[in-house]
Design a protein around this ligand. Structure first.
Ligand SMILES: *Cc1c(COP(=O)(O)O)cnc(C)c1O
Length: 397
């Protein structure tokens, strides 16, 4: 793959007629290093946020060795792409066939569950294996997150005792996991959830070997700029350390968004302008599902050699399909003289953007270009650049 210096360079030199996914492996590697060095436990990458093999290899190379997979197709993909990776099958409702294949063919030993029924399935499908790591998913509040994950999965605290005790009987290692919802805007979401873990442990009087605080770590979007990730890590560490089992338990997390959001952006062309509506060549059925259906705002920039960033106006987007729902309300702030033929970069689509693309209505094909410039927003930029060889200062002890 030819590597371009910048998004602007791709627009000017290729003048692409179809959308282009711009990838920034250096940004994903920086996020992975941040989590592997600063999270006070183990970081699993939640593959569903963006399963592209190039990204998986980048994360692996930057220190992520554990992967949270949720379907047998994700199990197969990661097993094939990263044969030495440790896979954790963290969907609480699985097909028995999927559990069996994961256990016997791909060496998966870690599974999550939120019911006795699922526990029975796991025991049957693994022929009563004695080397299982089983994580009971607790239901917690999603009140601090932009995207709720509180309704579908997780056992209520009041019912957790029986399931924890039954799972303890079967499991080699017992874990408790939860998910506070995606894009959690305050560390408090995690401390609250860990308090619920404490109550579950005390109530069931079981030894717990793993506390998995799930995903939900935020990224930066217009109007949704979160506190620094260190504040989350600090709050989680303090709450975990105060649990009665912390001396013997491992702490895990499962970031999806935070490890992948900065990896990709999208280069689109304006095909038509109608007032402050721009008809662009990607949309709700492409990488912009969240922009259309959740009203999520992504950073945008006009790619012209000398774009005038002073006279900005609010625009909305229509995608390329014939469907009225292919509409992204924004507002997206762009120069007021933007016109058909202009190129726009839409940033922060590495998580739940490029992974959601369909081919509806004959659209959806994109090419991929690697670029070397910075992502449009970053939570990791303050990390000091590595010193160049000539500037390395040797410290002696
Ligand atoms: C989706 C998901 C994640 C990742 O969530 P983010 O909000 O992207 O960090 C982690 N764990 C589980 C079980 C999930 O379903």
């Amino acid at each position: 793959m030819y590597k371009h210096h910048s998004a602007l360079g791709v627009a000017l030199s290729l003048k692409p007629a179809a959308p282009v996914t711009l990838i920034r492996p250096q940004a994903a590697a920086r996020a992975a290093r941040f989590f592997s060095q600063k999270f006070p436990g183990k970081s699993l990458y939640a593959v569903k946020a963006n399963p592209t093999p190039e990204l998986l290899k980048t994360l692996w190379g930057a220190g992520i060795s554990h992967y949270d997979v949720a379907s047998i197709a994700e199990v197969r993909l990661v097993a094939k792409t990263l044969p030495r990776a440790k896979l954790c099958f963290m969907h609480p409702v699985k097909a028995e066939e999927a559990i069996r294949e994961a256990y016997f063919q791909h060496g998966v030993r870690t599974f999550s569950l939120d019911s006795l029924e699922e526990l029975g399935k796991i025991v049957r499908a693994t022929s009563g294996a004695t080397d299982l790591e089983l994580c009971v998913r607790l239901r917690v509040s999603s009140e601090h997150s932009k995207l709720s994950l509180a309704s579908k999965f997780g056992i209520e605290l009041s019912e957790a005792k029986e399931l924890l005790q039954a799972t303890r009987q079967v499991a080699d290692a017992l874990g408790i996991c939860f998910h506070v919802g995606s894009q959690a805007m305050t560390p408090h979401a995690y401390t609250q959830a860990i308090e619920r873990v404490r109550a579950a442990i005390v109530d069931a009087s079981v030894t717990v070997d793993i506390v998995d605080v799930g995903g939900g770590f935020p990224s930066s979007y217009p109007g949704m700029e979160p506190p620094p990730l260190e504040a989350y890590f600090h709050a989680i560490n303090r709450a975990f350390e105060s649990l009665p089992i912390s001396y013997s338990a491992e702490l895990w997390c499962e970031p999806g968004r935070a490890l992948s959001a900065e990896y990709s952006s999208l280069l689109v062309r304006v095909e038509k302008r109608r007032g402050n509506e721009l008809f662009i060549n990607d949309g709700a059925y492409g990488a912009l599902f969240d922009a259309a259906h959740l009203g999520w705002r992504f950073p945008v920039q006009l790619l012209r050699p000398e774009a005038n960033e002073t006279d900005m106006e609010a625009f909305s987007f229509y995608g390329p399909t014939c469907d009225d729902m292919d509409h992204m309300a924004g507002p997206f702030m762009l120069p007021k003289d933007i016109k058909a033929g202009d190129y726009v970069e839409i940033g922060m689509l590495g998580a739940y953007g490029c992974a959601m693309r369909t081919e509806f209505n004959g659209f959806g094909a994109t090419s991929i270009c690697e670029v070397a410039d910075e992502p449009m927003a970053s939570l990791y930029r303050e990390e000091a650049p590595l010193p160049r060889k000539s500037n390395v200062i040797k410290l002696s002890r």
